[in-house]
Design a protein around this ligand. Structure first.
Ligand SMILES: NC(=O)c1ccc[n+]([C@@H]2O[C@H](COP(=O)([O-])OP(=O)(O)OC[C@H]3O[C@@H](n4cnc5c(N)ncnc54)[C@H](O)[C@@H]3O)[C@@H](O)[C@H]2O)c1
Length: 331
């Protein structure tokens, strides 16, 4: 019989889920994936056990939890995760992301296991003050952000009424790859800046820079990027805290680098790391894009004893390594 603690990783065939499972396995846990492969890739499962199921189905979700031996926690990453698409398809996003979380919360509460939930800075919408604190009022703009806020509320109800132990990690902008380029980001369509910048450098379409007249130092949007290794590292310490009952007194933590970087700065960093120009063209602002979104990560640092270590250059270099290596075989 296995002595390892089992962690269910929902959305484990996706970008962040598979990177998380890789690190869990390296740290003595037994990751077991749950995925419906709507955006995740079967080739990413590898040697791991995976339940092929849709978490919006209550019966099969409860059954997967019942069948999992030695399960002590769930890292709930499964979601539809494209902000722009959510505006086109609000019903699909609200249904999928809300129902999945409702079923995961119920199954976790019934099994007596804790939940680490992938939330997002999208719950804040367009905040009035920067940097963004966890106490900044939630005011999501997109259906994606609204569904994340609803998922947080679902978990809070199970915490209050069913004794569930849960924590929301509100990610800012994860990027880069892990395990020497073995696990990385491969979305279709890709909407994130760093993969698209690397793609443009490698001969893809020139990247469009939306807006050069924002009230930021160089006029382009400022965001907070965090290396996937740092993001996943935060999960590991958060999980250990959750597994020790009573040691966590907060419901949500921001997980970012705490530093703002503009689109222009990303382009410049990419040119220097990759050794060439990144083709790009200026375009008008997109409706609803805030000028600046930067996390205050003081709480995560203090509570988790965690600190991001990797740089923007590492994110670009590591994404390039993945996309020119293993990812090519998956396309
Ligand atoms: N990547 C980012 O920039 C970012 C930022 C903030 C928050 N997040 C959150 O992190 C999580 C992971 O994001 P990602 O970038 O790895 O996305 P991804 O699309 O690569 O992974 C999501 C996974 O969830 C699975 N899934 C979706 N609905 C499901 C369902 N009903 N049942 C079972 N499986 C289902 C998909 O097949 C996929 O494997 C998501 O919850 C996302 O909202 C991501």
């Amino acid at each position: 019989m296995s002595q390892k603690k089992t962690i269910l990783v929902t959305g484990g065939a996706g970008y962040i889920g598979r990177c998380t499972a890789y690190v869990l396995a390296q740290n003595g846990y037994q990751p077991v994936l749950i995925d419906n492969f709507s955006t995740g890739r079967r080739a990413m499962v590898g040697e791991l056990t995976c339940f092929d199921l849709d978490l919006t189905d209550r019966k099969s979700t409860l059954e997967a939890f019942r069948k999992s031996q030695d399960v002590v926690g769930v890292i709930h990453l499964a979601a539809k995760a494209l902000v722009g698409e959510s505006v086109e398809k609000p019903y699909e996003y609200l249904r999928n992301n809300f129902l999945s979380t409702l079923n995961v919360a119920e199954a976790a509460a019934m099994s007596g296991v804790c939940v680490l939930h992938s939330s997002s800075c999208a719950v804040y919408g367009v905040p009035e003050k920067l940097p963004i604190l966890e106490t900044t009022p939630r005011s999501p703009v997109s259906p994606y952000g609204a569904a994340k806020a609803m998922a947080e509320d679902v978990l809070a109800q199970f915490v209050r009424h069913k004794g569930l132990r849960a924590l929301n990690l509100r990610y800012f902008n994860p990027a880069g790859s892990m395990g020497n380029g073995q696990y990385g980001e491969l979305h279709e369509p890709e909407t994130h800046l760093i993969p698209n910048v690397v793609g443009a450098f490698l001969g893809g379409k020139p990247i469009r820079v939306f807006g050069s007249d924002f009230p930021t130092p160089d006029g382009t949007c400022v965001r907070d990027y965090i290396h996937i290794e740092d993001l996943v590292g935060a999960h590991l310490v958060a999980l250990e805290k959750l597994l020790a009952p009573g040691s966590l007194k907060v419901e949500s933590l921001n997980i970012g680098s705490g530093k703002g970087v503009s689109v222009k700065e990303v382009l410049e960093a990419a040119s220097s790391v990759l050794g060439g120009k990144v083709p790009h063209e200026m375009a008008p602002r997109r409706a609803g894009d805030p000028a600046e979104l930067v996390a205050d990560i003081a709480q995560a640092k203090a509570i988790l004893g965690w600190e991001p270590k990797k740089s923007l250059n590492d994110m670009i270099r590591d994404h390039h390594q993945w996309v020119t290596g293993r990812a090519k075989k998956l396309l």
